[in-house]
Design a protein around this ligand. Structure first.
Ligand SMILES: *[C@@H]1O[C@H](CO)[C@@H](O)[C@H](O)[C@H]1NC(C)=O
Ligand SMILES: *[C@@H]1O[C@H](CO)[C@@H](O)[C@H](O)[C@H]1NC(C)=O
Ligand SMILES: *[C@@H]1O[C@H](CO)[C@@H](O)[C@H](O)[C@H]1NC(C)=O
Ligand SMILES: *[C@@H]1O[C@H](CO)[C@@H](O)[C@H](O)[C@H]1NC(C)=O
Ligand SMILES: *[C@@H]1O[C@H](CO)[C@@H](O)[C@H](O)[C@H]1NC(C)=O
Length: 426
């Protein structure tokens, strides 16, 4: 029998021709999760003598938690502090439990989770579904139930489960199984799965229905690396696969193009704005992986741009797509609220992949972008502090100037027919 909510969804779906999926239903990650994840910037740095403030240690995560709060990142949504690989010992305790490296985590994981919670933040941890983690530490295979229980006892709020040291053909069983054990602990934990990435890598057909019913988010493609080329390798792959992947994104279930590189070594200011804009368009999980104490103010401003974050966190949870490539300009759009029956508002990113050193002037009508609300749209440039809101009708030209490797990110909110009844809009 269809539940009441399902009936409502079926009815809504007739209206907007969407796809009905059953989410994991743990009530978590209803908008893309946000936080900080150690991997891209800190990897498996275990040499604390050479890298005292960059090694994977309780100190790193405590300092990060402190800075997320003192620098205001938590207030704009970055709540999850997530450990990646290399936190654990190679062996288990005599009674089969995972244990943290005793030198780098002398107070243990529970104490660290308590500290993170004391800051009003959430705490995440990493494991791998196979016999070992990707870096060769203890994996969960054979200990799934006890590990799920241990994570719950430690106060974990988020689990990233990697896919090393197992056969990809078993993933359709072992990833859902661990999710079931997490659920049975009774502790709500966001479940992040690397499962599709490994199967896609082997050229297998991924069952995204099953993935999206089992996990809150999942990695589809290889690890992002410290370069603009890597960033666009990920993005090109997402664009090529968008007609398969995007339909599985929605509240509680997200495709994950991997971490934000912003504030690190490789990306320029323009390139950082581009990553932030496109991660917003893709409704991607927003996990920084940076050394928060050294993030320069202009990068911090990009990371804390609440209007761009607002596009990412839009309640509809629709993953945007690349709709045009023209003269080295890519146009990516994402339907967002407010919407009125068939008319959505939109975020529109004009991304320059041109290499000539001057800004490029580009124009297109709203019609041509699929924006045809007869009353028009309020147009705002989200990266321009001095922007004024303009009103454009569907046949008006939207004109932008895009810097090389930069982006212009526009928000176009529909003007409701009721706004005309009740007088001027603003
Ligand atoms: C785990 O390994 C450590 C050091 O490698 C050793 O001291 C300890 O006895 C081992 N514990 C178990 C339960 O085997
Ligand atoms: C476990 O799964 C059930 C059924 O989907 C769900 O209602 C419940 O909220 C889940 N509990 C946790 C702790 O994830
Ligand atoms: C994919 O998973 C769904 C949900 O478990 C299942 O109903 C379906 O049969 C699977 N599809 C394939 C091709 O295995
Ligand atoms: C719009 O762009 C075209 C080239 O793509 C250009 O010829 C035209 O002059 C532009 N129009 C305006 C009003 O900028
Ligand atoms: C915004 O305008 C003010 C005053 O005209 C100017 O000082 C400032 O540099 C402008 N900011 C940007 C980002 O253009």
């Amino acid at each position: 029998m269809l539940s009441y909510m399902t009936k409502i969804r079926v009815w809504l779906c007739v209206l907007v021709a969407c796809k009905i999926t059953l989410a994991l239903n743990n009530g978590l990650a209803l908008t893309p999760p946000m936080g900080w994840l150690a991997w891209q910037r800190f990897r498996c740095t275990i040499d604390c003598d050479t890298f005292p403030d960059e090694c994977v240690s309780e100190q790193l995560f405590m300092t990060t938690a402190d800075l997320l709060v003192s620098e205001g990142y938590d207030k704009v949504g970055y709540k999850y502090v997530v450990i990646d690989d290399c936190w654990m010992m190679h062996n288990r305790t005599a009674d089969g439990k995972l244990q943290a490296d005793e030198k780098r985590f002398p107070h243990g994981i529970k104490a660290l989770a308590d500290y993170v919670h004391s800051k009003g933040l959430k705490f995440g941890i990493y494991e791998s579904v196979g016999t070992k983690s990707c870096e060769g530490y203890a994996g969960i295979k054979g200990y799934e139930k006890i590990d799920a229980q241990t994570f719950a006892e430690w106060g974990v709020d988020y689990v990233k489960l990697d896919g090393c040291y197992t056969d990809e053909r078993n993933m359709d069983t072992n990833f859902p199984q661990f999710g079931k054990y997490l659920n049975e602990t009774g502790r709500p934990m966001i479940y992040s799965c690397c499962w599709p990435f490994y199967q896609e890598g082997k050229g297998m057909q991924v069952n995204y229905t099953l993935v999206s019913q089992s996990c809150n988010l999942w990695r589809n493609y290889g690890d992002i690396q410290e370069s603009y080329a890597s960033l666009f390798d990920v993005l090109d792959n997402f664009a090529v696969k968008q007609d398969i992947w995007a339909q599985y994104a929605g509240p509680g279930q997200w495709n994950d193009p991997d971490m934000l590189l912003i504030g690190n070594f490789a990306l320029s200011h323009e390139q950082s704005q581009t990553q932030m804009a496109l991660w917003a368009i893709l409704a991607a999980p927003l996990f920084m992986s940076n050394k928060l104490s050294t993030v320069q103010p202009n990068f911090k401003k990009i990371l804390q741009n609440t209007e761009v974050i607002g596009v990412n966190q839009d309640k509809l949870g629709i993953q945007g797509k690349r709709i045009y490539k023209d003269q080295g300009i890519e146009i990516w759009t994402k339907p967002v609220e407010p919407k009125e029956i068939e008319h959505y508002s939109y975020a529109i990113a004009f991304v320059s992949r041109r290499t000539m050193g001057t800004p490029f002037s580009y124009n297109i009508t709203l019609n041509n972008l699929g924006l045809n609300n007869p009353n028009g749209y309020k147009i705002k440039n989200l990266y321009d502090d001095n922007t004024t809101v303009k009103i454009l009708k569907p046949d008006s030209l939207l004109k932008v100037k895009v810097n090389p490797s930069g982006v212009v990110l526009i928000r176009a909110n529909i003007i409701s027919k009721y706004d005309y009844i009740h007088g001027p809009y603003f």
